[in-house]
Design a protein around this ligand. Structure first.
Ligand code: MN3
Length: 202
């Protein structure tokens, strides 16, 4: 089995003005494609070449750095694209809204904590909202292309919202202004998709 680049669920210019077209084209067509290609190369001829991505992540500590970096990269980006929408933004509804209110005090306070996880991640990485094994919500960040599904994760859980804070995600448009990129991200969050993932994890 070999992995393939998923199509974006919208046109590459559909997230303007928040995420610009050039960044989306390079991020999806070059960066994500490279993770897919390098993952396939790293797995070719190994006992793991027929594993699913989830299977790889669940035993990533036993696999090579190339599988960790590129398998993580492929999983994280595939998820990220689904969590964005040209019709995104606003607030979650129903059960997730209630859970956020209970755990973080308010939606605004949740956003601040999540944004802070992205802003304070030194170097490259991701910010996450996860459902933990005890069904509570957890905000954390990970380095590089690591994620909460990896057996080595410091903050294990089921990711329901993800934000790429690598410079390649924002530098063309926002340069060093990571906080502005994160502020723009809230206009694109596909809360319906986050809620679907939340309900499945519960
Ligand atoms: Mn990226």
């Amino acid at each position: 089995m070999s992995f393939t680049l998923p199509q974006l669920p919208y046109a590459s210019n559909a997230l303007e003005p928040h995420f610009d077209t050039k960044t989306m084209e390079i991020h999806h067509g070059k960066h994500h494609q490279a993770y897919v290609d390098n993952l396939n190369k790293a797995l070719a001829g190994t006992p793991n070449e027929n594993d699913t991505l989830e299977e790889l992540l669940s035993k990533i500590s036993t696999l090579s750095p190339a599988v960790r970096n590129n398998g993580g990269g492929h999983f994280n980006h595939s998820l990220f694209w689904q969590l964005l929408s040209p019709n995104g933004g606003g607030t979650p509804s129903a059960a997730l809204a209630e859970k956020i209110q209970t755990q973080f005090g308010s939606f605004e306070s949740f956003k601040e904590t999540f944004a802070n996880a992205g802003i304070t991640r030194f170097g490259s990485g991701w910010a996450w909202l996860c459902v933990k094994a005890d069904k509570s919500l957890c905000i954390c960040s990970t380095a590089n292309q690591e994620n909460p599904l990896m057996d080595s994760a410091e903050c294990p859980g089921t990711p329901i919202l993800a934000l790429d804070v690598w410079e390649h995600a924002y530098y063309l448009h926002y340069q060093n202004r990571r906080a502005d990129y994160i502020a723009a991200f809230w206009n694109l969050v596909n809360w319906a998709e986050v809620e679907t993932r939340y309900n499945a994890a519960m």
